[in-house]
Design a protein around this ligand. Structure first.
Ligand code: ADP
Length: 190
């Protein structure tokens, strides 16, 4: 099964993806994690993207599409991928569909975590105080939220049109959200 975890920044996608990896035979493909690893390694790619990420802007489509493409064979071997933080633009969504199609695969389900903006702002303020992730500062977070609303939220009708969108309330506890995701996925054929 190939699954997209969809939602605004700090909605809890990474937390839920990690849990799904433990429970199902799937690989988490988080472009944010891949980009942070590139920055940590000091690679040319890392140098190219660090300022963009710190400001909360989107990295170019070409870069993230290439990162995902590299990892598709590994995800297939594991039994499926959980896409976390990808796709974020229509171009990325179309590229993902084309890449999967050429490999005889497809996206099976898109799980949208609904969390209101006020709760997101509170969560990220707490996370910034704890971990100091540079793009969790209030100014960058506003840019990330705007990028989500302007460029990523328009993907919802794209996936709704494909009949793949399921909505989950992301405002509850981690366990309650996990349960809601499991129930949503029970209806999806692998
Ligand atoms: P969050 O979902 O909390 O915003 P991520 O770890 O998914 O965090 O993303 C962090 C940053 O990495 C984004 O603000 C953006 O700069 C970059 N990034 C991650 N994934 C993508 C993507 N698919 N397209 C463009 N930029 C991305």
């Amino acid at each position: 099964m190939n699954l997209i975890l969809f939602g605004p920044p700090a909605a809890g996608k990474g937390t839920q993806a990690k849990r799904l990896v433990e429970q199902r035979r799937m690989v988490q493909l988080s472009t944010g994690d891949m980009l942070r690893a590139a920055i940590a390694s000091g690679s040319d790619l890392g140098k190219q993207v660090s300022g963009i990420m710190e400001r909360g802007e989107l990295v170019s489509d070409d870069i993230v599409i290439a990162l995902i493409e590299e990892r598709l064979p590994e995800a297939e071997a594991a039994g499926g991928a959980i896409f976390d933080g990808f796709p974020r633009t229509l171009a990325q969504a179309q590229a993902l569909d084309a890449m999967l199609k050429s490999r005889g695969r497809k996206i099976d389900s898109v799980v949208r975590l609904r969390v209101d903006d006020e709760a997101l702002l509170q969560r990220v303020a707490g996370r910034f105080a704890e971990s100091g992730r540079p793009d969790d500062n209030p100014d960058s977070f506003k840019v990330r939220l705007a990028a989500y609303n302007d460029q990523t939220a328009p993907l919802l009708p794209y996936y709704e049109g494909q009949g793949k969108l399921v909505e989950v309330d992301g405002m509850g506890t981690i366990e309650a959200v996990a349960k809601a995701i499991d129930e949503a996925l029970d209806g999806v054929a692998a």
